[in-house]
Each structure stands twice: as structure tokens, then as C-alpha cells.
Design a protein around this ligand. Structure first.
Ligand code: PRP
Length: 203
């Protein structure tokens, strides 16, 4: 049995579509259920940011999660395959008439992604004060809570509709198939076999 952690929402749906194509079977979570068992797989539906924890602690053998989350959490996980779904960018956003002033000693950043933001500005030798938020990040600079945000941009609509623009792109992201080292050794054949099937579908 391979245990697979999937992030709630579109990426879970698109990952299950790939499984359906491989195994010629429907993989659908019932109503509010969080576990789906079928064909030698146990799928777990978890929050996006929680996927690395489930996989790291071996509650799941493998998982699907955005590269942005992997970079933010920076856990010791095996990155098996870029699934090419859930594409987005992690960007610095500011009000349309503003730019980053690198002559200032410090910038105040509102974000869900503290580590990515911290590392990015540290590499540019700029001090950063992180204001950790859990959602509606785009609001922060509009009400003076921060100078800028570091956030996910997919279509760009949220920034656009809130008078913000991308000033710098930190990284491109897409969903990766990951594993923990123990499962990768213990269930190597199952994982490699699945890896090969998925690679074939993606190609
Ligand atoms: C994410 C992200 C942006 C938005 C970007 O938020 O934090 O706010 O999507 O998408 P767009 O470029 O297509 O507009 P999410 O929908 O996860 O809500 P949140 O505010 O609760 O984080």
C-alpha cells in the first residue's frame, strides 16, 4: 500500500486525473472524506502547507506539493518529479507607484512565506522585517501594515484588482512528487514503478 498526501483543491484533482489515466479507474474522494483507498493506494487529503509534514513523518510515503512550499519548509525530502501542474510564481508585490528602495536599511514584508522572503532580501543585503500573515496578503500594503508583500501570483488578478504590481519575481513554482528517504528505500519498487508511469503520461 502506498500512502499519498495530496493538497486539497485543484492540484489534488489534477493529480487524481493522472492516476485515473494510468489505472483506468475513477479516483474520487467521497463528499467530506479525507481518506480514499483504492487499487493499492491510500490517498490523504491535507492542507497544501501540511504535505511536507505528512511525508517527512511517514504518515505518507509520497506526496504532491508546490516547489514554493518545499522551499519555504526546507525539509529533508526527496524531490522525484516535476508534475508541471499548479504553476505559479512567488513574487514581491508593491503598490503600482512604488519600487523597492535598496538604499533603505530595512523593508517591511507581509507574507505567508517568511523563510523565502527572509532569504531573498538577506541575499540582497537588505534588512527585512517579516509580518507573518495567513491570507489576504494583498491587503497589507494598502493599509500600511507593510511596504511590500511576498506572495503567490497565478493569474495576477488579485494584485491587479488591489492596485498592486509585481516588482520582482523570486521563483517559479509547480507541483512536485516527493517522498521521504525511508519510504523511498523501503518501497523503492512501488515508488519507481509509479514514477515511471507518471513520467510516461506527462511525456
Ligand atoms: C493566493 C495568493 C494570492 C492569489 C494569487 O491566495 O496568496 O492571493 O492566490 O492568485 P492570482 O494571481 O490568480 O490572483 P489564496 O486564493 O490561496 O487565498 P488566501 O488569501 O487565503 O491565501
Amino acid at each position: 500500500m502506498l500512502k499519498v498526501a495530496l493538497p486539497k483543491g485543484r492540484i489534488a484533482k489534477e493529480t487524481l486525473d493522472i492516476f485515473e489515466e494510468i489505472f483506468h479507474k475513477k479516483f474520487v474522494f467521497e463528499d467530506r472524506k479525507l481518506i480514499l483507498e483504492s487499487d493499492g493506494f491510500r490517498f490523504l487529503l491535507v492542507r497544501n502547507q501540511d504535505v511536507p509534514s505528512y511525508v517527512l513523518h511517514q504518515a505518507a510515503d509520497i506526496g504532491v506539493v508546490g516547489l514554493d512550499v518545499l522551499e519555504e519548509k526546507d525539509e529533508d525530502l526527496v524531490r522525484l518529479l516535476d508534475l508541471g501542474i499548479g504553476k505559479c510564481r512567488v513574487c514581491v508585490g508593491m503598490q503600482k507607484d512604488k519600487e523597492i528602495d535598496y538604499t533603505l536599511p530595512e523593508i517591511k514584508i507581509a507574507t505567508k512565506m517568511s523563510n523565502i522572503a527572509q532569504k531573498y532580501f538577506s541575499n540582497k543585503a537588505m534588512g527585512v522585517k517579516i509580518i507573518k500573515l495567513y491570507g489576504s496578503i494583498e491587503l497589507a500594503p494598502l493599509v500600511g501594515l507593510s511596504d511590500a508583500i511576498v506572495d503567490i501570483v497565478e493569474t495576477g488578478t488579485t494584485m491587479e484588482q488591489n492596485g498592486l504590481k509585481v516588482v520582482e519575481t523570486i521563483m517559479e513554482s509547480s507541483a512536485y512528487l516527493i517522498s521521504n528517504k525511508n519510504s523511498f528505500i523501503q518501497k523503492r519498487e512501488d515508488i519507481i514503478s509509479l514514477y515511471e508511469k507518471i513520467s510516461k503520461i506527462l511525456a
